[in-house]
Ligand binder design. Structure first.
Ligand SMILES: [Zn+2]
Length: 447
């Protein structure tokens, strides 16, 4: 019921405004010599084949997504029953633990492969040790400086808002800001003491590090190599922070915690619920808007098209009947606030490329050595890895993004193979598990 009300009260109220907005936004884009706003957004990626490239990346990820989807559906059926979660059908969207079913980390407890085994959710331990938002930000900063990257200036600490202010109405969506004067950089985040927010802290601090590294460039170059780069920096570091090895090092996990196969599968599944589950959502957020802006979807089909994409790509379905009186895309912040979203898809691909490359630089990963799997790498305190990252960050937007990519990875294109490498043990496990459960992969698209 909460979910339904949210969609009515947020998206539902802006449907007419959005239609008008599309018209005006396209007009502005045409004045800038772009055919529509979708085309205007894509200028940022400096590629004539960008949409095809994204589709290609999705096709690389999709077989793995289908395995995760099937496994999660089987576990949800165990919990809620056959009538609620039928075989061969898309999953009802409200069962995935997130308002938009965009990441599924909140149902980890329902789907964890080996309950009672090691979990990376160290929230209880953080609370026990008296963590505060301030401490979480200090630790994140220390991770950056341990790699030889830049500390934040005093203005960051005096100007940022890292906790929700009592009695004040705030937009709590976390964000990082460059005031473009070379010293004032701030974060606004209603930080809670949880492992999830600890990751968000690193994400936002990644933006700040980028700001710091390119602050002396001319203003037009003070930006990410493309928008996806800006989103990927902090997340690459967070992959290192969340390893069992690192959590042990900073005292959030007991040193004697075993890292056996079962712990590994739990770890990778928990990570997959956040990372893999996100791809089709991130894709359709802009696929829907590309279709709306270029006129191939009319306002009479806004909501229908949204749910068609949700079903086709995510394999989820609305739990209640929807119509063109609703406007469910508008219930997502980035559509209401008109923030381009494919940057997050790009970010989720390239953060694994960055991570893999930094791990190899740090001597923590060797693709030919099975005793050193990618998901166990922690490049904390590694100055060589820091220097590589710095070389890319310091370029800002002064070079085409493939050049920035080359500075860290030696590759000049987006590539989902690092991602597949990271999750390989889980993929093998999921394929076997779905067979064992007799769970068919995929869903019938009949509606
Ligand atoms: Zn961000």
């Amino acid at each position: 019921m909460f979910l339904k009300r949210w969609h009515e009260q947020s998206g539902g109220k802006m449907r007419d405004h959005y239609e008008k907005f599309v018209e005006l936004s396209n007009e502005a884009s045409r004045m800038n010599n772009f055919s529509d706003t979708g085309a205007y957004w894509l200028r940022n990626y400096e590629s004539d084949t960008f949409k095809e490239d994204i589709e290609g990346l999705w096709q690389t990820i999709r077989p793995f997504y289908l395995q995760l989807h099937a496994y999660v559906r089987a576990k949800l059926r165990d919990h809620y029953g056959e009538d609620k979660v039928p075989k061969n059908q898309p999953i009802p969207a409200h069962l995935l633990g997130n308002m938009w079913a965009q990441t599924w980390g909140n149902i980890d407890d329902l789907v964890t492969p080996y309950p009672g085994k090691t979990s990376i959710d160290v929230t209880p331990e953080m609370l026990k040790q008296g963590y505060t938002p301030k401490k979480m930000f200090e630790m994140s900063e220390e991770f950056f400086t341990s790699m030889g990257l830049l500390p934040t200036p005093p203005e960051f600490w005096s100007g940022s808002i890292i906790e929700k202010l009592a009695g004040k109405e705030m937009v709590c969506h976390a964000s990082a800001w460059d005031f473009c004067n070379g010293k004032d950089f701030r974060i606004k985040q209603c930080t809670k003491v949880t492992m999830e927010d600890f990751n968000v802290v690193h994400h936002e601090m990644g933006h700040i590090q980028y700001f710091l590294q390119y602050k002396n460039l001319p203003l037009v170059y003070r930006d990410g190599a493309n928008s996806g780069f800006h989103e990927a920096v902090g997340d690459s570091l967070a992959l290192s922070v969340q390893t069992l090895k690192h959590l042990k090092e900073i005292g959030l996990l007991d040193k004697s915690t075993p890292q056996d196969h079962e712990a590994t599968i739990n770890y990778l599944l928990a990570t997959a619920l956040k990372k893999i589950a996100f791809f089709p959502f991130a894709y359709i957020m802009d696929k829907w808007r590309w279709d709306v802006f270029d006129g191939s979807v009319k306002s009479t089909d806004y909501n229908g098209h949204w749910w068609k994409l949700r079903e086709k790509y995510q394999g989820i379905r609305s739990p209640v009947t929807r119509s063109e009186n609703d406007f469910d895309p508008g219930a997502k912040y980035h559509i209401a606030a008109n923030v381009e979203y494919i940057r997050y898809f790009v970010s989720f691909v390239i953060q694994f490329q960055f991570y893999k490359s930094l791990c190899m630089t740090a001597g923590q990963y060797d693709p030919h050595n099975r005793s050193q799997p990618l998901h166990e790498c922690d490049f904390y305190r590694n100055k060589e890895a820091g220097a590589k990252l710095r070389a890319m960050l310091a370029m800002g937007a002064s070079r085409p993004w493939p050049e920035a990519m080359r500075a860290v990875t030696g590759q000049d294109r987006m590539d989902a193979s690092a991602f597949r490498e990271y999750f390989k043990p889980l993929e093998v496990w999921l394929i076997a598990k779905n067979k064992e459960l007799g769970e068919p992969v995929g869903w019938d698209s009949d509606q």
